[in-house]
Write a protein that binds this ligand. Sequence first.
Ligand code: UDP
Length: 394
Amino acid sequence: MHTLERADLIVVGAGFYGATIAERAAADGLRVLVVDRRPHAAGNAFSEPDPATGIEVHRYGPHLFHTSSEAVWHYLGRFTAFNDFVYFGRTVHAGQSYSLPVNLSTICQFFGRHMAPDAARALIEGQREVPAGREPANLEEKALSLIGRPLYEAFIRGYTMKQWQTDPRLLPPGVITRLPVRFTFDGRYFSDRFQGQPLDGYPAIFARMLASPLIELRLGIDWLDLRRMAPAAPPVVYTGAIDRYFDYAEGELGWRTTGFDTEVLPTGDFQGTAIVNYADPEVAFTRITEYRHLHPERAHPPDRTIIVREYPRFAGRHDEPFYPIDRPEDRQVLARYRVRAAREQRVWFGGRLGTYTYLDMHQAIALALRDWGTIRARWFGHPAAPNEAAAPTA
Ligand code: UDP
């Protein structure tokens, strides 16, 4: 065990970004202390078997691994094997079930007739609303410019209002570009080349990433308490919320979290697929996940299943922040925190919470792999090797 003083590097937060930094640092021979205030590693990817059914449930909402980065896929492949789960999205609107993201199947069904790609494209072209002479400035404008008003109002507006409780005209346009629009019958949610669920669950990945004898993991420890006792601590990679780090001195950033309502039901299959979104504002939850479907290779009870409904809401200071809302006022507050962060010579801010950026798992890993070269050069004097300088793209 190395104490705080004997560690070369402290990593605050054992999610994908922090665990990747710790793993890389230990591979370079550094002694790393990883602290996390929660009682488990894996961040929001944490999962565990439900005691009633044995089905693995993701405690902070479904985490579906996907990436087009060969570097990230191979890196993670050192710590887990994957099943062949590919997510085909579904959404319910006005009592009907549709394929999501919007694709040729969605378009044909919604408009009530078979169409070839060119015909569908021409139809949507006529419905698109593109701002004259400028880029779409917010999520609503972006969605209208991509799919037009009828599809936007059916599948995007209500869901987005529920997800963010924020007018889509105040949300950044980038959020909606997470969803592709396809004029083919490809109904995969993600277009990425590599997709799958870790065969023995997410926590097993972290156990292997953090297995080096050079890494010490301390759970249930809040770094913001510990740092007061350790003024001469080694450099820190901090992956917690950036506003919390500075004790909210510049104001609170907008974060969203999710409430979960879990139910065990007496059936072997509740909805026939892993996740069903509910697009209409009248339905209070955004989506239902039936976790058994993420692992078709496993033996699950034939007569019981577990489902989880999601109720997104604003995160208070004591909630786990999930998503940065990133409204214009948040960006002003963030700019002030970034000035403060730049002054912290011995702290590197990373990950979804540390940079206030909507990162998926694969992007957090890619950024950590890239950033490690910079962090190492800054504090430990080893420049990145040439083959590492070509960072994997997210
Ligand atoms: N979205 C939507 N309808 C849906 C699914 C997504 O309008 O049925 C919008 C919504 O604004 C959401 C964004 O697309 O915030 C991104 O969705 P994604 O599934 O990527 O969010 P995740 O839950 O993975 O963070």
